[in-house]
Design a protein around this ligand. Sequence first.
Ligand code: FES
Length: 118
Amino acid sequence: MKLVGPARSFPRRTVKGVDGYAVGNNGSAEQDHYFAVGRRCRHLGADLANGAIAKDGCLVCPWHGAKYDVSSGRMVRGPQGVFAKIPGLGALFKGISAVVPLGRAKVVKQGDDLYLDR
Ligand code: FES
């Protein structure tokens, strides 16, 4: 397992890059929930470690706002802005991510630290 860092450096609704993963915490007020998904957006390759976590817990791409379910690695909302106006584009990328979802790794908390378990 690889040390990620202290859990306190991942407060809720934060995401950071750790090697090839976007590691974050999309937990609720009651409980932290850590995740790790591949960093490259399936649309045009933006670094998802620079994304944001929406209120519904999805990871939002920093470039065009595609949303990912971090538990499955699948895109659940296609690219926004001008890309949302292209018929079928969102469905195409959602379909691609259903076949080739973002890679995922387990994030394990041991003591006060987080580890990536690949
Ligand atoms: S690069 Fe992620 S939505 Fe376009």
